[in-house]
Design a protein around this ligand. Structure first.
Ligand SMILES: *[C@@H]1O[C@H](CO)[C@@H](O)[C@H](O)[C@H]1NC(C)=O
Ligand SMILES: *[C@@H]1O[C@H](CO)[C@@H](O)[C@H](O)[C@H]1NC(C)=O
Ligand SMILES: *[C@@H]1O[C@H](CO)[C@@H](O)[C@H](O)[C@H]1NC(C)=O
Ligand SMILES: *[C@@H]1O[C@H](CO)[C@@H](O)[C@H](O)[C@H]1NC(C)=O
Ligand SMILES: *[C@@H]1O[C@H](CO)[C@@H](O)[C@H](O)[C@H]1NC(C)=O
Length: 477
């Protein structure tokens, strides 16, 4: 009965969202690209009901009747539940899909001809609304497709971690007492997310849905949607509004995902955020349990405070089914950029022991973001228009490590020695996750930053086709 109600609500919701897509199409029906997008299917037509297990084929480019029925079909638990804490999570992030990042898809930003557009917020703010929606819809439909889910499964991976911004979650005034306006963000990703959840189910890939952007921004990084200040904890309205978003996600798609990560990388080092984050984790947990029952896992993060900060937190009767997310990068400060190859490996191995010690007494723990990069050379990694520490283009008067040539971008510029190192470094970081409950690489693909791309690593040979293959099995012992 609960499931039926959930399906019914989902259908109603899809009806609303697709209706909105369609009114947009009517508004700009003279734009040829829109007509191509909406194609021959009528998004206002009746949604087929029931449990249609047939998944939309990868040739359908727009969420439609077909894909919405596949999305709802995926509410049927047809995938074997993952045994968290026993089975090892091996996965990739689908970065830059539902939350834009200038360094992952620089072309989207370059094509605006406006260097003031530095994140998804300014993308919505400074562009014509129809143009912005058109570009985003094209991106949502093409950046990750069903073929990617097939390739991820074929690479021996069992999880994806999918990012979503609050502005893509279609709350109505029945779901929140705060505004339902997300302007200047451009909403519309929701049906694409639902379709993706159907693909994940169909191909046996488990999903961690990660709220990556909260109102006010929880960290001021462009990957929260808005670069600048982290205003999430100024007053209580953004935090309370975020809980409404979490409730909506748990109610609407709690049965279609395995784990709900209730906020990515809040800046716990900032006193206002550090002061409320533990309370937020507990409140968000309570909201998920009230809305979705006990089987959906809840993920929290260390909020840059280190996992040891969270010793004893949510371990007793106050919570069950909670996972801890830890992120590991070695490229965002000068000390780590100065590391030689062995220092990088040694640093990974020291993280392993810290996480293992925490996980053995506390929450199931995941190394939820890490990459193969050992420089910050990927173009715009530090923000659109911002240079790299590595080659001295970030700030004057700082240590310079050398040219960025051959470190990022196209792997055709990577030396054999570098690729050998990338393999070793990959294994040292996989060792971290394998020592606890798992690992998730950042990220599946990037337009032109192959040191950050799992897909390119597979092609270039520094990531093995079978993620349990080891060239350096004792790397951390
Ligand atoms: C399920 O959807 C597919 C694609 O629209 C369709 O071909 C098929 O007939 C549907 N199956 C059922 C049982 O409705
Ligand atoms: C950016 O400039 C190019 C070349 O002049 C032009 O074709 C394109 O339409 C411009 N894009 C926008 C969003 O104005
Ligand atoms: C909105 O406010 C009303 C009246 O105070 C309250 O009953 C309701 O639970 C609130 N809704 C949400 C989603 O917080
Ligand atoms: C946020 O929620 C807390 C706890 O329910 C409440 O005390 C506070 O007034 C709320 N703040 C706003 C702005 O709604
Ligand atoms: C990478 O470089 C190769 C060789 O120059 C080229 O064929 C390929 O298209 C480039 N890939 C990308 C994504 O630019």
């Amino acid at each position: 009965m609960l499931l039926l109600l959930r399906l019914l609500r989902l259908h109603l919701l899809l009806g609303l969202v697709l209706g909105a897509l369609s009114s947009h199409a009517q508004k700009c029906r003279l734009v040829p690209r829109q007509q191509v997008h909406l194609g021959s299917t009528n998004p206002q037509g009746p949604l087929s009901g029931g449990n249609n297990d047939t998944v939309a084929s990868s040739t359908s480019v727009q969420p439609s009747q077909t894909s919405s029925s596949s999305a709802s079909a995926s509410a049927t638990p047809s995938i074997t539940p993952f045994n968290y804490g026993k089975d090892i999570i091996r996965g990739v992030n689908l970065g830059g899909w539902f939350v834009l990042e200038p360094w992952i898809t620089p072309s989207i930003f370059e094509n605006t001809n406006n260097s003031d557009i530095i994140d998804e917020y300014t993308f919505g703010q400074m562009l014509d609304e129809d143009y912005a929606l058109d570009v985003l819809q094209n991106h949502w439909a093409t950046w990750i497709t069903e073929d990617d889910f097939v390739a991820i499964k074929a690479a021996g991976l069992n999880h994806v971690r999918m990012q979503i911004g609050y502005w893509s979650v279609p709350l109505t005034s029945a779901d929140t007492n705060f505004t339902t306006s997300v302007a200047p963000y451009v909403p519309g990703a929701w049906p694409y997310l639902l379709r993706a959840l159907g693909w994940a189910r169909a191909h046996g890939v488990h999903v961690i849905l990660d709220l990556h952007g909260a109102p006010g921004s929880q960290n001021g990084f462009d990957n929260s949607g808005r670069r600048g200040n982290a205003n999430w904890a100024q007053g209580s309205s953004n935090v309370n509004r975020t809980l409404d978003v979490i409730r909506f996600l748990a109610e609407q798609i709690g049965g279609m995902i395995d784990v709900l990560e209730v906020l990515n990388e809040p800046a716990g080092y900032q006193s206002d955020i550090g002061g409320i984050i533990a309370g937020y984790w507990q409140d968000a947990y309570d909201v998920v349990r009230a809305a979705a029952g006990s089987s959906l896992k809840v993920m929290i993060g260390d909020a840059f405070l280190g996992v040891a900060h969270w010793d004893g937190f949510m371990t007793g009767s106050s919570a069950q089914g909670v996972l801890m997310d830890y992120h590991e990068y070695q490229v965002f400060n000068y000390n780590q950029l100065a590391f030689d190859d062995n220092d990088h490996i040694g640093s990974s191995c020291s993280v392993l022991s810290q996480l293992q010690s925490y996980a053995s007494q506390n929450l199931f723990t995941i190394s939820g973001e890490w990459s193969n990069a050992v420089t910050d050379c990927a173009k715009w990694l530090n923000g659109r228009g911002v240079g790299a520490r590595w080659d001295g283009t970030w700030q004057p008067g700082q240590q310079v490590f050398g040219s960025c040539d051959g470190w990022s971008g196209n792997m055709s510029s990577f030396s054999d020695d570098y690729k050998m190192f990338l393999r070793k470094y990959w294994e040292s970081q996989v060792a971290i996750g394998e020592a606890v409950q798992g690992w998730i690489f950042w990220t599946w693909k990037a337009e032109n930053a192959d040191d950050w791309s799992y897909q390119r690593g597979l092609e270039g040979g520094w990531i093995p086709q079978d993620p349990t293959d080891r060239m350096y099995p004792d790397i951390c012992s």
